[in-house]
Design a protein around this ligand. Structure first.
Ligand code: NI
Length: 426
């Protein structure tokens, strides 16, 4: 199967910088097979006219909880403790696997519609999430959120997670991490066990670290160390680690993150909405830490729109640091694409021959994108996601002309409304 995208503005990584120019792309099977030069033996089934179109690598949402999309706008303007322990957790406890499936599809609709092709998901129900991913055509890294005490390999949640992961062997679009929730919900021994299991299975770790001041203060009081030091002590960083938030980190924590090659996911909307503050993104970047971008779940954002998130990321640090040169559009674009893909160990995140064909095509002939003076700036400062016209994941078109080809949207909305009525939430 071959797709040609002819004469579009394409963002390519040239000389270490992302640059937009007019190019023709050739997609063969699941990969980018040619740029401006037709590969030998290439046969085209689909031609996309690139006039007034911008092609970018599909955005990588490096931290979310897609099932939470069904909780959108149910838990707002609350303290972090009230939000998590008194509102979100009690709803979560009542959700079935089927509910998580529809919630995940709702999140995936919103992501595809705003140009995201990959997401890193911490879940309660892996089995139903992999089913949703198989159907939607998205690329996903999934982990079961784990909480517990003690070094106990027979732990129910861990065993369920390992069992459910077997489902994922069916698609190259699916991969798995081990997902200890956070140091404040996992004992040191439990974290140590998660790290051992991840190491043995050759999997990465997806964890929340240093999200709030309360977490930092409690950890210091109870264990005498910061959440970053705690995770290091448990041996978590022996394996590939992607750490969400890292808002409350000291210079010494940043050094630990850098030395241990931990990737940090910043979630600006979630951190602001829950009153947790701003991650020190400029400081992390200048220390050489791989920083990527995520939305977090829709219960704390309340959107799954990476273009909106890029806009926030590119602006908030300029405001908080009173510096117009802080966190540029170019840096933001990297955090939303290649940095996320590298953190997850995926061959995506940039448009290069041989990489997987995960592409988002935006309209340039809209009021928000006109005139086309600087497409990367436009993505960060002008776009809202509605410009995304066509999305290709793993070489397959999943949305064309804003019509979703893999998910029955109306059915998903119907099921979400029914679920909320059943739970007494609507
Ligand atoms: Ni989270």
């Amino acid at each position: 199967m071959g797709i040609v995208i002819r004469d579009a503005y394409v963002v390519l990584p040239l000389d270490g910088k992302d640059q937009a120019g007019i190019h023709t792309l050739y997609v063969e099977d699941d990969a980018i097979a040619g740029i401006d030069q037709k590969p030998e033996g290439f046969s085209e089934d689909t031609v996309i006219d690139g006039k007034d179109r911008l092609v970018i690598p599909g955005l990588v949402n490096a931290h979310t909880h897609t099932y939470m999309s069904m909780m959108r706008n149910l838990a707002d303007d609350l303290s972090f403790t009230d939000w998590l322990f008194n509102t979100v957790n009690p709803i979560e406890d009542r959700l079935s696997g089927e509910d998580a499936y529809w919630g995940s599809l709702l999140g995936q609709i919103e992501m595809i519609r705003s140009g995201t092709t990959t997401f890193n998901d911490q879940q309660m129900h892996i089995h139903q999430t992999t089913k949703a991913v198989m159907e939607s055509g998205m690329r996903a890294v999934i982990c079961r959120g784990l909480v517990g005490d003690g070094y106990d390999r027979s732990d129910r949640r861990l065993q369920e997670a390992l069992e459910e992961m077997k489902d994922g062997e069916r698609s190259s679009r699916l991969s798995f991490f081990i997902g200890p929730h956070a140091p404040y919900t996992c004992s040191l021994d439990y974290l140590r066990m998660c790290a051992d299991v991840a190491e043995e299975l050759g999997l990465g770790i997806h964890i929340h670290l240093a999200e709030s001041r309360v977490e930092l203060e409690n950890m210091k009081k109870e264990s005498g160390c910061s959440p970053i030091e705690y995770a290091q002590k448990a041996g978590v960083f022996r394996v590939r680690t992607i750490a969400a938030h890292c808002v409350q980190v000291s210079d010494s924590d940043i050094r630990i993150l850098k030395e241990n090659k931990v990737s940090v996911v910043t979630n600006p909307a979630s951190n602001m909405k829950l009153g947790n503050g701003f991650a020190p993104v400029p400081e992390l970047l200048s220390a050489g830490v791989n920083v990527c971008l995520g939305t977090d779940g829709a219960a704390s954002n309340n959107a799954q729109n990476m273009i909106r998130e890029m806009g926030l990321l590119a602006l908030i640090h300029k405001g908080s640091h009173q510096s117009s040169q802080c966190v540029s559009a170019a840096e933001t674009f990297r955090m939303a694409t290649l940095n996320g893909a590298e953190a997850l160990g995926l061959p995506t995140g940039s448009i290069e021959i041989g990489k997987k064909a995960d592409l988002s095509i935006l309209r340039l002939n809209t009021a928000s994108m006109m005139p086309n003076n600087n497409p990367i700036s436009a993505l960060c400062y002008s776009a809202d996601g509605s410009e995304v016209d066509t999305v290709i994941i793993d070489g397959k078109i999943v949305m064309r002309g804003r019509e979703l080809l893999t998910i029955d949207e109306e059915r998903v909305y119907y099921e979400i409304r029914s679920m909320l009525r059943r739970l007494g939430l609507l």
